[in-house]
Design a binder for this molecule. Structure first.
Ligand SMILES: Nc1ncnc2c1ncn2[C@@H]1O[C@H](COP(=O)(O)OP(=O)(O)OP(=O)(O)O)[C@@H](O)[C@H]1O
Length: 337
């Protein structure tokens, strides 16, 4: 979704943004012990990995679920690193044909981690091939077409599939059931994000004062990728307008320029809330009317702006339409009628 990936406050990676890719690579924790937050996931995963190491066998297949930018790719790399095995990275949309998958599977090394991002977007035939590969470490490669087609069984080395999905509910049950362990990543709390931003600043050689780190954490929507992105923008500002040190004042001024407010709302979020409050008296108002009022497509309002507004308790979806909550009125310093 174009609008989503262009936003500073989107958890999704910006496709083709080489600065972001480089930063992602530089800032990824390499060991489980360096992975900030998510204590439950860390504990569970460390047991799974320790047991596999003791048995000297590949661990069960692992499913990582959760919103974008919370560290699924990072965790998959940590898993391979902790197991001291190589990792192959691909994504559901890249596997359109069963043959694509067969080529990947048949070239895996013994014990290798195969990371499939957005695994819910794999094609049906590939998905069915994956069932057999996950369970029996074997695939049937179909040669030829029509009545003359034959299935040639191909043995695979044991491997660990790490699947990532933003929506585990979309995974077909037979696929979901073949994962021995599922980790649900939650949004990070402010203290963890502060930890992430301080760690990133250290790695990037950015001087940042504690209050500024806290400020960035509070505006990052519970998402490490966003806090890292805001840090880079704030660093630009500090270098151009001051001596490079990120003070609280610099952080606030920079985020004003980028229109990210103290709660992490950006221009689009605020436009939606503002229209809802000012034009429609707080609602209820239908989605399409609200979208016209802010000059956006209904899908953009529904899929890009609303999830965070709902999560923050600023907007509610009701059968009669969208309504603003008391918190939304308060956010704009207005009193509810
Ligand atoms: N727990 C964490 N501790 C420190 N940094 C983290 C953590 N989780 C994520 N990050 C940082 O956030 C960035 C995004 O993480 P990652 O690419 O793993 O997210 P993701 O969930 O795979 O997102 P997507 O599915 O959109 O690719 C990485 O650069 C990484 O440095």
């Amino acid at each position: 979704m174009e609008q989503e990936t262009e936003r500073l406050v989107s958890g999704a990676a910006v496709t083709g943004d080489t600065e972001e890719q480089a930063a992602d690579a530089a800032l990824r924790p390499k060991r489980l012990a360096e992975f900030v937050g998510q204590p439950k996931v860390r504990d569970q995963l460390s047991l799974v990995l320790a047991a596999a190491r003791m048995r000297e066998a590949a661990p069960d297949h692992i499913l990582l679920s959760g919103p974008p930018g919370l560290g699924k790719t990072t965790l998959s790399m940590i898993i391979a690193n902790e197991l001291r095995v190589p990792i192959r990275i691909t994504s559901g949309p890249a596997i359109q044909h069963a043959g694509d998958l067969a080529a990947i599977l048949s070239s895996l090394a013994d014990g290798e981690v195969l990371f499939v991002d957005e695994i819910h977007r794999m094609s049906r035939p590939a998905e069915e091939m994956l069932y057999m590969a996950m369970e029996d470490f074997r695939v049937d490669v179909i040669v030829g077409k029509g009545p003359g087609a034959t299935a040639i069984p191909l043995e695979l080395p044991p491997f660990t599939l790490v699947g990532a999905t933003t929506r585990s509910g979309l995974l077909p049950a037979p696929l979901r059931d073949r994962f021995g362990f599922t980790a649900h990543l939650e949004f990070y709390d402010a203290a963890d994000l502060e930890h992430v931003v301080n760690r990133s600043a250290r790695l990037l050689g950015v001087r940042i004062v504690a209050e500024a780190a806290k400020e960035l954490a509070g505006r990052s929507r519970g998402t490490p990728r966003i806090v890292n992105r805001l840090l880079r923008r704030v660093r630009d500002y500090a270098e151009v307008k001051a001596d490079g040190t990120v003070t609280l004042e610099i952080a606030r001024a920079a985020l004003d320029v980028y229109e990210v407010d103290e709660r992490g709302l950006d221009r689009l979020d605020r436009a939606v809330l503002h229209a809802l409050l000012k034009l429609f008296g707080g609602g209820p108002v239908g989605l399409s009317t609200l979208a016209v009022a802010v000059g956006e497509e209904s899908e953009t309002v529904e899929e890009v702006a609303e999830p965070f507004l709902v999560r923050e308790g600023l907007l509610a979806r009701t059968p009669r339409g969208r309504i603003a909550t008391a918190a939304a009125w308060a956010h704009f310093g207005l009193s509810a009628p």
